[in-house]
Design a protein around this ligand. Structure first.
Ligand code: ZN
Length: 101
């Protein structure tokens, strides 16, 4: 994601930074680091949210992993199963093979 940040410097001047960030977290980290390093503060920030990676996983069941580590009550073992919510894998075996790679 591209972002433009307007920092207000200690002497009252404005400082614009144009930079590309991995995601919103990266942007936040960068801003707080600059604020600390330069003793300035963020006045305004513009960014294109559409370019950012979604911070929320689209599948809450498996956090977008496609598999879940679960306790199988039928066989009484802890095992990898495919996530039945997003169905990334076609079977539990496929999920296991992926996980064991
Ligand atoms: Zn899932």
């Amino acid at each position: 994601m591209k972002a433009q940040i307007k920092f207000r410097m200690p002497d009252g001047t404005d400082w614009y930074v144009n930079k590309t960030f991995n995601d919103r977290q990266h942007l936040d980290n960068y801003m707080s680091k600059v604020e600390r390093d330069k003793d300035c503060f963020v006045d305004e920030v513009w960014y294109d949210e559409s370019e950012a990676h979604p911070s929320e996983p689209s599948c809450e069941e498996c956090n977008d992993k496609g598999w879940i580590d679960t306790y199988n009550t039928n066989t009484s073992v802890q095992e990898i199963q495919r996530c039945d919510e997003c169905k990334v894998f076609t079977s539990d075996d496929e999920a296991k093979q992926f996980k064991n790679k």
